[in-house]
Structure formats: structure tokens, C-alpha cells
Design a protein around this ligand. Structure first.
Ligand code: ADP
Length: 418
């Protein structure tokens, strides 16, 4: 293993892992701090749920993840944060970075959340989301991590005792040599961190090249684009055209949908015409075990011929009605439990290709199936790769889709890929 990554949330971890695969590194995403040896890969991404956790927990988990990565041979550590620099008032980015730097004996690290493809750019230390400053992008109203200041130098400085500087656009735009020189100067001025400007992918590639020798970096998945080439240049990573290769698929196929996002509802609408589809009615049956039992009965004779789709998803008025009846959280948990139970049944009946729609829903299903790691394969649509899931159950193909991701025909075309 060459690159070890610690991601502060699950979908961010997948996003990073997919980026590394695209750039030629075989990558496995590990769920939580691993308790055994790490899987074989060029890069490992350990997915934590530390973004909004109490800061002491976030530090402890991140250090444990770092230990596991170092034990696995990691030569560089990346602390993967959100491309909108999501932080709580207690920080979590600053304190976790400080703890990792100390463990690694690192004197200096850059922080760069830029992800131009997704509209995240950093200019003069200020983070933009599309055309808007972070603090005017809607992120200022985020329920857990409101971002009211777009000046990342200030945001980071408020989270760490260490001194934070800026690596400005004019330098980054001149390429890796100029960046290296400027970083040296910042370090000599007593800075421990530098917020790095980046507006284009070329900037991210230059930054990646310039920090080849840094023990650690902090950033979104964009900055990872430039890292694999460093390992190739050092003769440590062969040129691979099969980084996304997964074991051949066997077994039956199914889709489980728990997201009520517009994209998912539209994907279900199209899939209905292509595969047997069951829509759970939690208003009529507000009981997870009973809903799962209905689905299991419906599945009799339907598993095997082609993909089947079971959806909890419903349009806003039905979601509101269920929430009014049960409460928002109880409604969510009920359907997550029902779908997880159905997932376990599907696997017991030989399903080995499963697509799950919905972030929370995916978390519940992964937990129920005992999945511990995901080897990242080719993307079905941007941000949604097929993966090879291993853990306490049988190994299988799993695709986990955050609600709004994917084209309308995703559920249908997914099974042409795996
Ligand atoms: P997304 O990625 O779109 O946010 P999630 O799976 O994270 O999707 O969240 C969707 C939540 O909505 C889950 O907790 C799920 O159980 C819940 N849910 C699914 N269907 C319904 C429904 N018909 N009524 C109320 N809540 C629902």
C-alpha cells in the first residue's frame, strides 16, 4: 500500500476512492477503523463518521485509522474532508489535522478542498461553490455544519493553535516548482498549514506534484488527482489500466431504494417499466417486520430472472404523511430497518449484485450485511462505482448511491456494467 487516506464521512470516502481508481490506483474503502490486517491495494481509504462527531472521538478514531494505515505501509497520509470544508464550531478539521501531524512528525501540510469539476474553487483563500462564496452558497444554513465564513485561512486558523498561511493563485498557477519554493518560504515563516488556491484541475495536479514528499495533506477528493503520478514517477506504482477491475459477477441482481430524492423517484419511475417493482406502503403497514415480510412474499419466484426493485421511496406528500403519523426519525428508521431486512433476505436467496439508493439507507444496509470493505470498481454514473464488498457475509457486488446521484436510467444500465 502506498497512499493511506482517512475520510471524515462515508460518501466522501467513496468519492475519493473512485478518484484514485480513475487515476490508476487499485483502491479499497474500509468501513470504520479496521480490526484486522488491511486488504491488498495501492491505496486504502478508511471511512469514518467523524465530521460532526464530538472532537475527542474524531481525534481518537482518526489516530487509530492512521495507525492502521502506517502499519499497512502507507507512505503518505491524506486527511479527506468535505469540498465545502464542513466544520462544527469545535472544528474537527483543525484538531484532527493537528493530532495527525503530531503522530506523523510532520512540520507542514497544505489544505485544499477545491474540486473544480463540482464547482468548488479556492481563490485568495476563499472557497467558492459555483459563483457564490461558501458563506452565501446555502452552506451558511447547513443544520450541522453552518459555514458562515468563506475565508478558509481564517476558518482553519480558528481551529488550530498552529499558524496558517496562504498559497496564492499566482504561485499555484506557475506550477510545481514555484509551489515547492513558496511552501518552503511559508514553512520558514513559521506556518504549519497553508490553504492552497486552486481553480482548475491543472492547479490540483501541480499541487499534488509539489507535495510528493509531504507526509500528510488535507483536502477534498480533487487534490488526490495529482498523487498517483508521484508514486508512478518514483517507480513505486506500475502503470495500470485495470485499477477498476473487480471479480466477475455471479448471482442474482436487485435494487433497494430508500431515498426520496427527486433523482431517485425518477429512476424508480423509469425502472418500473424494465423490472418487477414493489413499492412498500408504510402508511398502510407502519411496521418494519411486516413490511419486510410482505416484500419477502412478493419476491417468491421473482428473484433470478433479472433485477428486481423494492422501493420505500415516496413523493413528498406521502413522506410528510408518514412523518406526521410516526415522527420524522421513526419513519426513517422504520424504512431503513425494513429495507435492511429485505437486503439480508436477498443475499440469503443468492443475490450478489445489489444497488442501494440513499445515503442513510446504504449505511443501514451495509451494517446489516456486515460489510467491512469495498474494493472500488468502475463508475455506473459519476460518483457511483460498483464495488466488491467483503465482510462477515458472502462477497458480492454492491453499489451505494447517494440520493441525488445518477442518471434517470441508472437502475437499468447498472446491470450492464457489473
Ligand atoms: P438520500 O441519500 O436521498 O438523503 P437517505 O437514505 O439518506 O437518502 O435518506 C432517506 C430517508 O428517508 C431514510 O431514512 C429512509 O428510511 C426514509 N424514507 C424512505 N422512504 C420513506 C417514506 N416513504 N416516508 C418517510 N421516510 C422515508
Amino acid at each position: 500500500m502506498l497512499l493511506g487516506c482517512i475520510a471524515d464521512d462515508f460518501t466522501g470516502a467513496t468519492d475519493l476512492a473512485s478518484t484514485l481508481v480513475r487515476m490508476g490506483m487499485r483502491t479499497v474503502q474500509v468501513i470504520g477503523v479496521p480490526d484486522g490486517p488491511l486488504p491488498e491495494a495501492d491505496a486504502i481509504v478508511i471511512a469514518l463518521k467523524s465530521r460532526t462527531a464530538p472532537v475527542g472521538d474524531a481525534i481518537a478514531w482518526s489516530l487509530a485509522a492512521c495507525d492502521a494505515l502506517l502499519a499497512g505501509g502507507a507512505r503518505q497520509i491524506m486527511f479527506k474532508i468535505c469540498s465545502t470544508f464542513d466544520s462544527t464550531p469545535a472544528g474537527n478539521i483543525g484538531p484532527v489535522a493537528d493530532a495527525l501531524m503530531k503522530k506523523l512528525g510532520a512540520a507542514f501540510a497544505i489544505a485544499c478542498p477545491a474540486f473544480p469539476t463540482n464547482g468548488r474553487t479556492v481563490f485568495q483563500g476563499h472557497l467558492f461553490v459555483g459563483h457564490a462564496l461558501l458563506s452565501e452558497s446555502g452552506m451558511e444554513n447547513h443544520p450541522l455544519t453552518p459555514m458562515t465564513d468563506a475565508n478558509l485561512v481564517r476558518v482553519m486558523a480558528a481551529q488550530t493553535e498552529a499558524s496558517v498561511g496562504l498559497l496564492p493563485f499566482v504561485t499555484v498557477d506557475q506550477g510545481a516548482g514555484a509551489i515547492r519554493k513558496a511552501l518552503g518560504a511559508l514553512r520558514e515563516q513559521g506556518r504549519r498549514y497553508a490553504i492552497a488556491d486552486a481553480v482548475t484541475d491543472a492547479h490540483l495536479m501541480a499541487l499534488g506534484e509539489a507535495i510528493a514528499q509531504h507526509p500528510m495533506l488535507i483536502g477534498g477528493s480533487g487534490i488526490a488527482m495529482g498523487l498517483p503520478e508521484n508514486f508512478r514517477a518514483a517507480g513505486l506504482l506500475p502503470a495500470r489500466d485495470d485499477a477498476a477491475a473487480l471479480p466477475a459477477h455471479v448471482g442474482h441482481a436487485a435494487v433497494l431504494a430508500g431515498s426520496c430524492s427527486r433523482a431517485t423517484l425518477s429512476q424508480i419511475g423509469l425502472a418500473r417499466d424494465h423490472m418487477p417493482t414493489l413499492e412498500l406502503d408504510a402508511l398502510a403497514t407502519p411496521d418494519a417486520a411486516a413490511l419486510a415480510a410482505q416484500a419477502i412474499t412478493w419476491l417468491e419466484g421473482r428473484i433470478g430472472a433479472g433485477p428486481v426493485l423494492i422501493a420505500a421511496s415516496a413523493p413528498p406528500e406521502r413522506v410528510a404523511a408518514l412523518q406526521a403519523k410516526l415522527g420524522r426519525e421513526a419513519a426513517g428508521v422504520l424504512l431503513e430497518n425494513a429495507l435492511s431486512e429485505v437486503a439480508a433476505h436477498l443475499v440469503a436467496r443468492g443475490v450478489r449484485r445489489l444497488l442501494v439508493a440513499g445515503g442513510e439507507t446504504s449505511g443501514a444496509v451495509v451494517q446489516r450485511l456486515g460489510v467491512q470493505s469495498l474494493r472500488i470498481g468502475a463508475e455506473i454514473d459519476p460518483g457511483v462505482p460498483w464495488t466488491w464488498a467483503e465482510g462477515s457475509g458472502p462477497a458480492m457486488h454492491l453499489a451505494l448511491k447517494s440520493g441525488n446521484f445518477g442518471a434517470r436510467d441508472m437502475f437499468v444500465k447498472a446491470f450492464d456494467h457489473a
